[in-house]
Ligand binder design. Structure first.
Ligand code: ZN
Length: 235
């Protein structure tokens, strides 16, 4: 009787590439579960990345088309600063990989998170004509990196959505080099979702939580002010 060895599968190699990154993998899986439960990453939407090496730049990013509420330990890819895989036989990385690369090339960026929430999608549509919107005077702003008072504002710019990710990456890259207002913490893609980042994964995750809270506040306030007389609201 002969015993045949199982073929060396793609998944075995995939695990080899990720074996030293279990802490990052588990953190992103847990984050995916939370964001799914909150309705910010439903279906296979969203993508998440974390910088695992700065010189040369290397990222761990979610693989394309995976359900973020049920990410397995294999659903991640190691890529370089151009979005190319740094290990053989990996899965395909997220379609929006290049946007993560552009952001991660900025100094001080250790993680990039992209979500598709209802409120972000609505605001990205309503304020597209104005190029974006400011969030001002809310206590929750203090959760954004480097912010110590509610007496401040943050600008959330809105880019047109496109399937041409290389062109969008170029546009984003140019915008990060200069502009009237800095892209400090986040931007939106029209009728699509949020991109935010931070010095590490904890900070980027906090930014998603803070911004999603503020988006919902702004959008609900808009709803109320459009249906309730101003004198009733006291505004
Ligand atoms: Zn997206």
């Amino acid at each position: 009787m002969s015993i045949s060895m199982p073929p060396r599968s793609e998944h075995v190699n995939q695990n080899d590439a990720l074996i030293s990154l279990q802490t990052e993998v588990e953190s992103l899986r847990e984050l995916g579960k939370l964001f799914y439960q909150r309705g910010w990453s439903v279906g296979t939407s969203s993508n998440y990345s974390v910088v695992i090496q700065r010189q040369p730049l290397e990222l761990l990013i979610t693989a394309s088309g995976k359900d973020k509420g049920r990410l397995s330990t294999r659903d991640f890819v190691r890529i370089d600063q151009e979005g190319l895989p740094t290990r053989a036989q990996q899965l395909k990385s997220s379609a929006e990989t290049l946007l993560h690369c552009v952001l991660a090339r900025q100094s001080g960026v250790g993680a990039v998170l992209h979500t598709h929430s209802v409120w972000a999608t609505i605001l990205s549509d309503v304020f597209y004509g104005e190029g974006g919107f400011s969030i001002e005077g809310y206590e929750m702003l203090k959760g954004l990196e480097g912010t110590t008072t509610h007496q401040t504002s943050t600008w959330v710019e809105i880019f047109e959505n496109t399937q041409d990710i290389p062109a969008l990456a170029d546009q984003l890259s140019g915008r990060l080099e200069g502009g009237l207002r800095p892209l400090e913490h986040a931007f939106l893609l029209r009728r699509h979702g949020l991109y935010t980042w931070g010095p590490d994964l904890d900070a980027a995750r906090r930014h998603v939580e803070i911004l999603e809270f503020l988006f919902e506040v702004l959008a609900r306030k808009l709803q109320l002010t459009s249906t309730v007389p101003a004198h009733v609201m006291g505004w």
